[in-house]
Design a protein around this ligand. Structure first.
Ligand SMILES: Nc1nc2c(ncn2[C@@H]2O[C@H](COP(=O)(O)OP(=O)(O)OP(=O)(O)O)[C@@H](O)[C@H]2O)c(=O)[nH]1
Ligand SMILES: [Mg+2]
Length: 458
């Protein structure tokens, strides 16, 4: 008995020793692995361009997009093209902008009728577009009830949307499988979780039908190509539509709509395959956090792309551990726009709150930051028609000078850093592959050097 006990005790110790040495080995291996790994976190408010930056990295280092993605974007962009043109027609009425196509004598009148009478979802392969997630996003974007709810629920206050005390949410946000792009997060949190997609969808279709003139002609069924042609004509021929777009800071619309409209015929054609540019300009809101793995110059890069809308930010803390570098993407052109999820809050005010809270958070006390002043192309256009001083009264640069405006925002954001960590600033147009190639190569080179230094190789 004693003997048995003694043998058992020795056995136990032996197993414990073996286990300890195995644990040590695993820890050592994981430490080594971490040394050879760069973990880059993309953060920023909704629509700032984080996923577009990731798309550029995929084009550079992962061979681009799959056939399935090209089909998905074609379906989504077709729906967005129609949704955006219907939005412009409806918003023009609200803003009192005269449209040529509203005059029954106009050659564009019947085109407008066709567009308003068309149900965007009819011509979409919804499962290829993303199924339930696509439908939910679509009604959130285009139904009036959703817009009312978002306005009604407005806090009127800029908000970082996450905080140090937050415990995060339950469940896994992404499966960590290597070399996979995964996105299993569910959107939850603010106004959108209170909206029932089915009833919104019904409301939305009623709204669209309700806007149609009581003329029986709208009952006629039009082909996708006929609708595409009507969209092209309205965009090209109706000055009121363009004028309405120039005031699109007052409502929500896809920023890439001017790119989509002349290409509507492509998205309508069964033969067309989406180009890389179509995908870069297209938009699918990120829910949860996606993880994409790259191998760049022998170093493993793990890029985490987080959904930036308020409801998504509650999940951010799940991935704040062991970050090599945080890249904050700021849509610098959006200083005169309000948030999608809270229509009384200025997008730039929100980004300022967000950046300040992240930059000075204990999570990132020693984590270098990269700041992308993104959407510079749109800013160039914006400063000419929308004076920055109206939104930022302390701006004392020249009223339509892009360089002055960029310097102002750069200085403002750098002043929010109350730590000693460096912040590297780049001016970007995330949809432009050529310029992004330079920026992203500079960023990955810097991160590789930093990784080598911290692992003691240099
Ligand atoms: N013109 C222009 N459009 C841009 C630029 N960067 C991004 N976009 C467009 O802006 C839209 C939103 O970009 P996303 O990359 O989806 O934004 P995001 O930050 O990932 O948004 P969330 O997933 O909601 O957090 C897309 O239609 C992009 O094509 C830019 O520099 N210039
Ligand atoms: Mg995204």
């Amino acid at each position: 008995m004693g003997c048995t006990t003694s043998i058992e005790a020795n056995d136990g110790e032996y197993h414990e020793m073996m286990q300890n040495s195995q644990v040590e080995k695993i820890l050592k291996a994981s430490k080594q692995q971490k040394k050879n790994q760069v973990k880059l976190l993309l953060l920023g408010a909704g629509e700032s361009g984080k996923s577009t930056v990731l798309k550029q990295l995929r084009l550079l280092h992962k061979g681009g997009f799959t056939e399935q993605e090209r089909i998905q974007y074609k379906n989504i962009t077709w729906a967005d093209t129609i949704g955006s043109m219907q939005t412009l027609i409806i918003q023009a009425r609200k803003l009192g902008i005269k449209l040529d196509c509203d005059k029954p004598s106009s050659y564009l009148y019947s085109d407008k009728q066709k567009i308003l009478g068309y149900k965007p979802l009819e011509g979409v392969n919804t499962s290829a577009a993303g199924g339930a997630a696509f439908l939910k996003d679509f009604v959130l974007k285009y139904s009036e009830s959703s817009a009312h709810t978002r306005k009604f629920k407005s806090t009127g206050k800029a908000n970082a949307g996450w905080n140090e005390e937050m415990d995060g949410v339950d469940g896994e946000l992404f499966d960590g499988s290597s070399n996979a792009t995964s996105n299993t997060g569910e959107s939850r949190g603010t106004a959108d979780e209170d909206l029932d997609s089915d009833s919104l969808l019904k409301d939305y279709l009623q709204e669209v039908n309700g806007s149609v003139h009581k003329n029986k002609s709208h009952k006629k069924h039009y082909t996708k190509l006929e609708i595409a042609e009507a969209i092209g004509k309205l965009w090209q021929g109706d000055e009121g539509i363009k004028k309405c777009f120039s005031k699109s800071n007052l409502f929500q619309i896809e920023g890439s709509a001017p790119y989509f409209f002349p290409k509507a015929g492509d998205y309508a054609s069964s033969e067309y395959t989406c180009t890389d540019e179509d995908i870069l300009k297209g938009r699918i809101k990120t829910t949860g956090i996606t993880e994409t793995n790259f191998n760049i110059d022998g170093i493993k890069f793990k890029i985490l792309d987080a959904g930036g809308q308020r409801s998504e930010r509650k999940k951010w803390m799940h991935c704040f551990q062991d970050i090599t570098c945080t890249c904050f993407v700021l849509a610098v052109s959006e200083y005169d726009q309000v948030l999608f999820e809270d229509e009384r809050v200025n997008r730039m005010h929100e980004a300022i709150m967000l950046f300040e809270s992240l930059c000075n958070s204990r999570w990132f006390a020693n984590t270098p930051f990269i700041l992308f002043l993104n959407k510079v192309d749109l800013l160039k256009d914006k400063v000419r028609r929308s004076p920055l001083r109206k939104y930022f009264p302390d701006y004392d640069g020249k009223s339509n000078d892009v360089e002055d405006v960029l310097q102002y925002f750069e200085k403002l954001f750098l002043s929010l850093n109350h730590t000693n960590k460096p912040i590297y600033v780049h001016r970007t147009c995330a949809t432009d592959s050529k310029s992004m190639q330079f920026v992203l190569t500079a960023v990955t080179d810097m991160l590789i050097n930093q990784n080598l230094k911290s692992s003691g190789i240099f």
